[in-house]
Design a protein around this ligand. Structure first.
Ligand code: NAD
Length: 308
């Protein structure tokens, strides 16, 4: 019997993405099963009961769903974050869980520059702003998004620096980016800093008063990473002291109302997280998920596995 691959999405993929996924799945000789816009958990429980693989978005794959999926060997979250999958339950049920890292990286990186230009042109308030050309940009974490930010920054003629303790200086510098040795050095050197760190025990609250104080005059902090990495109370204190500093973010902070009220001319947040919200990112992630499933079933490739 041919393998059955479920797409379970309460917020469906674009039609173009489903078409691309279908083509990958059917080319492998598998059958595609579609469950879109479901409203009850029971519909999901029924749908997973007899499939071999599943592609999901922010759909919840908890213990109940994973233990109902008797035939399921792999679930792939089309996207970067996978906190909607209970990884321990996946492991306990012998299911491989994956994400599709990097597929939305260009979308996020382009938004960084949308935000940067908006900020240096004073939020389009009609006054004279400044340019990106020749300015120093510090990329805080040189992963999938950081790398794309570097590529675009070079087009703007920026002088690009990066800090990533998990990469060698050679790996960063071979891409024409200057590797700095410490996070402090990045903030001391660069007028513009763009955050691309994951939220980990080490990074949470790490963007604090002390670190921000190292920034040169007229600094701009861009956050398209995670809100948890910012020390929210301390950024307010810093903005009160440093009236030359601007902060723009794609991740609405917990203290957004306060920031918006106090620093209307130096602070901006997108109304909803928009970094990965492009048709292209959506399609890329869906097709990558389909390819990863075929490669897992045919060749046992577990490269993007996120559970043990
Ligand atoms: P990635 O896993 O490709 O890269 C993360 C990088 O961070 C890695 O190179 C890693 O070495 C580095 N890193 C880890 N800990 C670090 C530390 N303490 N200091 C410096 N570097 C450190 O991830 P990505 O796809 O580039 O995503 C980066 C961030 O963007 C994540 O926080 C992710 O949640 C966020 N993101 C946001 C959106 C959005 O819609 N705005 C979309 C996708 C990703």
């Amino acid at each position: 019997m041919s393998k059955r691959v479920l797409i379970a999405t309460d917020k469906p993929f674009a039609a173009e993405a489903v078409k691309g996924i279908r083509s990958v799945i059917e080319k492998a000789g598998y059958e595609l099963v579609l469950l879109e816009k479901y409203t009850e958990k029971q519909q999901l429980l029924d749908a997973v009961a007899d499939v071999d693989a599943a592609i999901i978005r922010s759909d919840i794959f908890d213990k109940d769903v994973l233990s109902s999926a008797k035939q399921l060997k792999i679930v792939v979250r089309a996207g970067a974050g996978y906190d909607n999958i209970d990884l321990d339950a996946a492991t306990a049920n012998g299911i491989c869980a994956m994400n599709t890292p990097g597929q939305n990286a260009n979308a996020v990186a382009e938004l960084v520059f949308g935000l940067a230009v908006y900020a240096v042109r004073n939020f389009y308030n009609g006054t004279s702003g400044s340019e990106l050309l020749g300015k120093k940009l510090g990329i805080h974490a040189y992963g999938n998004v950081g790398r794309n930010v570097a590529r675009i920054a070079k087009g703007f003629g920026m002088d690009v620096y990066a800090f990533d303790p998990f990469l060698s200086a050679e790996a960063i510098e071979k891409e024409g980016v200057k590797a700095v040795k410490s996070v402090e050095e990045l903030y001391t050197t660069c007028q513009f800093v763009s955050l691309h760190i994951p939220a980990t025990a080490e990074t949470k609250n790490s963007i604090n008063f002390e670190l921000l104080s190292k920034l040169p005059k007229k600094a701009l902090l861009l956050n398209t990473a995670r809100k948890e990495v910012i020390n929210e109370a301390e950024i307010v204190k810093f903005m009160e002291e440093r009236t030359d500093f601007k902060y723009v973010t794609d991740i609405k902070p917990g203290n957004h109302e306060e920031l918006a009220a106090k620093f209307a001319d130096r602070y901006f947040s997108t109304p909803k997280k928009m970094g990965a919200q492009t048709g292209e990112a959506n399609t890329n992630a869906g097709i990558a998920a389909a390819n990863q499933i075929v490669d897992f079933i045919e060749n046992g490739n577990e490269r993007f596995r996120v559970n043990k």
